[in-house]
Design a protein around this ligand. Structure first.
Ligand code: SAM
Length: 325
C-alpha cells in the first residue's frame, strides 16, 4: 500500500542528486487507494510545467482547476492566499526552482514505468529533454550542496580559483555540475565521466553550447576505470547511481586522482525510515543504482580508500560525505 507516501522529486543523495523525495506525513490524499498518490504526483508535474503551482488556473481550464483542488486537498498548495505550501517547497532539492518539479515528475514516472516493465536497476533515462532538465537542476543542486558544506571545505572556493584547478564530475549526465562549477570559477577546468552514451552525447552538446569546450572534457568512462593521478581539486560523487561494488573499486582510484588537500564530496542515499516509507526508500535507492548506504559504511569505505577528515553532513535535502586527500 502506498497510502501516506508522496514521491515528488529528485534530490541529491536520496534526493540527489539523486533521488526521490519521499514524505510520509499527514497526506490528505486517498490513503486507501495507492493509485491516488500517482495522480497527486502526476498533477504536480503537469501544473509545474504550466506555471500553475503559483497562480490560480483559469476557470476555462477544468483539468487545471481539478488538479489544483487535488493538490490543495493533499496539502501541497495553499488555497488562500493561493500558492505552494511550505511542505511542497520542503520537498524540493535545495536550490531547485518550483518549475523543476515538471522534469523531476516526468523522470520519476518514466522510471516507475520502466520498473513496472521489469527493468534492471540503474539510471536509464534516454529522453533528451529529461536528460537536459535533470542537468539544469543538477548544476543548481550541486552548487547549493557545496555552499551548505562550506564549513567542512575550508579554502575550497579560493583553491578552485587557482590557475590549473580542476573538478571531476562523476556521472556527469548532461554536464549540469560541470557547467555550473566552470561558470562559478572562471579559470576552473573540468572533467565529466559517464558510462551512458546518450548522456555523454548530450553533455558534449551542452558544454559546447555553454562555450566551455576548451575548459571541460567529457569522457565515456566508468568511474571505476579512472586512471588520472594528482589531477583534481574537487571530486563530486553521487553514490545514488553507483553500485556498491563499483564505488568500492572507484574510491581508491579517486583518491589517487585527487591532489593533496583536494576535497571529495559524495551525496549518499541513506534510509532511516520504517514501514512503508522505509521499504519505498530502499526500493528507490536500489533502482537508481546505488542502493542504500549508511553514513558509517560510507565513512569506512572512504577511509579504506585513503581519504581522511571524513565528515558526515546531514542537510535537509539528504546526507553528504565530505572527505579530503
Ligand atoms: C542522474 S544522472 C546525473 C545527472 C548529472 N549530474 C547532470 O547534471 O545531468 C546519473 C548518471 O550516473 C551515470 N553513471 C552510472 N554509473 C556510472 C559509472 N560507473 N561511472 C560513471 N557514471 C555512471 C549514469 O549513466 C547517469 O548519467
Amino acid at each position: 500500500m502506498m497510502g501516506g507516501v508522496v514521491v515528488v522529486g529528485v534530490r541529491p543523495g536520496g534526493v540527489g542528486e539523486g533521488v526521490v523525495v519521499v514524505d510520509d506525513h499527514d497526506v490528505a490524499g486517498p490513503a486507501s487507494d495507492p493509485t491516488g498518490q500517482l495522480w497527486v504526483v502526476a498533477t504536480l508535474g503537469r501544473l509545474a510545467g504550466q506555471g500553475l503551482l503559483e497562480r490560480r488556473a483559469d476557470s476555462t481550464d477544468p483539468e487545471a482547476v481539478a488538479g489544483q483542488r487535488l493538490l490543495i486537498a493533499a496539502g501541497l498548495l495553499n488555497a488562500d492566499p493561493f500558492g505552494p505550501s511550505e511542505r511542497l517547497r520542503s520537498l524540493l532539492p535545495a536550490g531547485a526552482p518550483l518549475a523543476s518539479i515538471h522534469g523531476f515528475v516526468r523522470e520519476l514516472l518514466a522510471m516507475l514505468s520502466r520498473y513496472a516493465e521489469g527493468a534492471a536497476p540503474g539510471w536509464a533515462e534516454t529522453d533528451p529533454e529529461l536528460i537536459r532538465s535533470r542537468g539544469a537542476a543538477s548544476g543548481t543542486v550541486v552548487l547549493s550542496i557545496l555552499d551548505r558544506c562550506r564549513r567542512y571545505l575550508p579554502g575550497l572556493a579560493e583553491r578552485l580559483e587557482t590557475p590549473g584547478a580542476a573538478f571531476l564530475d562523476v556521472g556527469t549526465g548532461a554536464a549540469g555540475a560541470v557547467i555550473a562549477l566552470c561558470r562559478a570559477h572562471t579559470g576552473l577546468r573540468a572533467v565529466g565521466v559517464d558510462i551512458s552514451a546518450p548522456m555523454v552525447t548530450e553533455a558534449r552538446v551542452q558544454v559546447a553550447a555553454a562555450g566551455l569546450g576548451d575548459r571541460a572534457e567529457i569522457r565515456e568512462q566508468s568511474v571505476a576505470a579512472i586512471e588520472d593521478v594528482d589531477a583534481f581539486d574537487l571530486l563530486w560523487v553521487p553514490q545514488a547511481f553507483l553500485p556498491e561494488s563499483v564505488l568500492a573499486e572507484a574510491l581508491p582510484r579517486l583518491h589517487r586522482a585527487a591532489r593533496r588537500g583536494a576535497a571529495l564530496v559524495m551525496a549518499i542515499s541513506t534510509n532511516s525510515d520504517t514501514g512503508v516509507s522505509g521499504a519505498v526508500t530502499d526500493l528507490r535507492n536500489l533502482m537508481t543504482g546505488g542502493g542504500t548506504l549508511s553514513p558509517q559504511a560510507a565513512a569506512t569505505m572512504l577511509q579504506a580508500a585513503g581519504f581522511s577528515e571524513v565528515e558526515i553532513v546531514v542537510l535537509p535535502a539528504g546526507t553528504v560525505m565530505v572527505a579530503h586527500r
